[in-house]
Write a protein that binds this ligand. Structure first.
Ligand code: HEC
Length: 281
């Protein structure tokens, strides 16, 4: 079966060419191609998928991920002061648009064991624009930034949340938000789960708790809950930056807020949600 054998060889050769550290003979994303990219679209993709964990500007801080100023001129995993995984520390290549393109196409396959928890690859159609935006904003090139186009910004605002904020959407609309309501004067506690729904409503594991959510003009995620039996007021409203809610992490407790005097509300995320949520209620 000579032809099958041949295919097998071709497949494994392809794999080796894409592996980190291997010499890539030809650039796929040339500077000419990148310069043609759409800066504004790239900015949207970066803000929707990366900015919860990364800043770009010089002298900005590390968040969950390292500040990326100068990333195209440095060896992967080498930024001082950031605690990289052993995988990134061991990597001995400099980031190039092609390498980043390959990583974002297959986050775990390209660098197995890295701790950058992005839930899904960045779609191919969005990567070139995003890389152009990153080249400009991390100081790798001195291409001009386009004039802010108000019509384009306005058109962006009219796109559905699922497109404008994909990691926020994927995280919050398909998983379970878990709360522990703590009355700090009486010490009473009350636990309940909440499901933010694509239709803008909120369901709960607790009969009687209902709510709604929306994203305001500052790109803050705001939600209200009613029917809170333990609360003296019975309802609450709070807002967080969408970027803060877009970090895909799961734990019993991830954040704490003070929705009312004398109340601490501990929030966390659990993967998945019961089937009945999708059918309304
Ligand atoms: C959930 C937080 C999170 C998100 C979202 C995220 N990153 Fe990261 N990023 C990290 C962490 C953590 C590391 C360090 C990974 C390691 O050490 O294994 C990292 C590392 C990197 C590095 C390597 C930096 C270096 O100096 O070697 C680049 C480049 C990068 N991320 C780009 C991106 C881009 C582009 C996106 C959006 C598509 C993105 N990241 C989304 C957390 C995140």
């Amino acid at each position: 079966m000579p032809s099958k054998h041949h295919h097998f060889l071709a497949a494994s050769l392809m794999f080796f060419t894409l592996a980190p550290g291997a010499v890539i003979a030809q650039e796929r994303l040339t500077m000419d191609a990148l310069q043609e990219g759409d800066y504004m679209k790239g900015k949207q993709t970066f803000q929707g998928r990366c900015s919860a964990c990364h800043t770009l500007a010089d002298d900005s801080g590390d968040i969950a991920g390292p500040n990326l100023w100068g990333v195209f001129d440095r060896v992967a995993g080498s930024k001082p002061g950031f605690r990289f995984s052993d995988t990134l520390k061991a990597a001995d290549f400099e980031w190039s648009p092609d390498r980043l393109d390959a990583w974002l196409n297959d986050p775990q396959g390209y660098l197995p064991g890295n701790i950058m928890g992005i839930p899904e690859p960045v779609p191919a159609a969005d990567r070139l624009d995003m890389l152009k935006f990153m080249l400009i904003e991390t100081g790798a090139v001195d291409w001009p930034r386009p004039e802010i186009n108000f019509a384009a910004e306005q058109a962006d605002r009219e796109r559905p949340y699922s497109e404008r904020f994909p990691s926020f959407w994927n995280h919050l609309m398909f998983n379970t938000t878990r709360y522990r309501w703590e009355d700090t004067t009486t010490g009473e506690e009350f636990r309940f789960d909440v499901y933010f729904r694509p239709d803008g409503l909120v369901s709960s594991s607790e009969k009687g708790i209902k709510g709604f959510w929306r994203i305001d003009e500052r790109d803050f995620f705001c939600y209200g809950l009613t029917g809170l039996k333990i609360s003296k007021v019975g309802h609450m409203v709070e807002c967080f930056p969408v970027a803060a809610m877009a970090i895909p992490r799961f734990a019993e407790e991830l954040w704490t807020s003070k929705p009312q005097p004398g109340v601490k509300l501990h929030g966390g995320m659990q993967p998945g949600r019961p089937d009945w949520v999708a059918t309304g209620q």
